[in-house]
Write a protein that binds this ligand. Structure first.
Ligand code: PGA
Length: 250
């Protein structure tokens, strides 16, 4: 496979600045000989601290969300301009917690995707089905809708800065991982959707991560699958003991 593996840590709403700094330092130290592409996405409040630590290393700096508008009267939101000012390179958008807890819909997520790409960020667009959707046989329909609508208006050139993270909602933070076969099937299908939209070459190139209870003991089996090009890691990214073995899976 010519695609580079991409392992990302999503710290969600965890950690003070001091805790963030200590984890980021451990990551820098222990991943300096890492062979893959890496990202850390702290809470907004930790971005500046972590950014100073990962600057110039092989770990990219990420944010977990951004506002759909560039700036203005949007109390409680954080803009792409502010993230750029902090040195953020990548923005995670459409995470299931944003979709299902904070009710972000495909149209809003698409607006954010386009804005982030316009400002030169790499975007990790998260997609994935609820348990009832899986049980109703709707995995492909959900992946297709969220991919097509999430990328509406995104040009072929911009797609080079897009990563997709397939994260079945029932697997996130539950300890229930999708089987490598189920994850690979959903991701192979999603790659076909990209091929339909942007052509075969773009589909071969796009990185599709898996997310949902990735742990040191299941990372290698997942990553061995043809269509799984990395991981978006939540819980296990909060400690070096669990994140480093995932990031250095063999
Ligand atoms: P988890 O979270 O690894 O804790 O399941 C993954 C994610 O939400 O990106």
């Amino acid at each position: 496979m010519s695609r580079q593996y991409y392992i990302a840590g999503n710290w969600k709403m965890h950690m003070t600045r001091a805790e963030s700094a200590s984890l980021a330092k451990a990551m820098v130290e222990q991943l300096k000989d890492g062979k893959h592409k890496y990202l850390v996405a702290p809470s907004f409040t930790g971005i500046e601290t972590v950014g100073a630590i990962v600057k110039g290393t092989n770990i990219r700096l990420g944010a977990q969300n951004c506002a759909s508008e560039e700036q203005g009267a949007h109390t409680g939101e954080v803009s792409v301009l502010q993230l750029k000012d902090l040195g953020v390179q990548t923005i995670i958008l459409g995470h299931s917690e944003r979709r299902h807890v904070y009710k972000e819909d495909d149209a809003l997520i698409n607006k954010k995707v386009k804005l982030a790409l316009k400002h030169g960020f790499e975007v990790i667009l998260c997609i994935g089905e609820l348990l009832e959707e899986r049980e109703a046989g709707k995995v492909e329909a959900v992946c297709e809708t969220q991919t097509v609508k999430g990328l509406e208006g995104v040009t072929a050139a911009e797609l080079a800065n897009v990563v997709i993270a397939y994260e079945p909602v029932w697997a996130i933070g539950t300890g229930k991982t999708a089987t490598p076969e189920d994850a690979d099937a959903a991701q192979a299908f999603t790659r076909k959707v990209i091929a339909k939209l942007y052509g075969q070459d773009a589909a071969e190139k796009i990185i599709i991560q898996y997310g949902g209870s990735v742990k040191p003991d299941n990372a290698a089996q997942l990553m061995a699958k043809e269509n799984i090009d990395g991981a978006l890691v939540g819980g296990a990214s909060l400690k070096p003991e669990s994140f480093i073995p995932i990031a250095k899976f063999a």
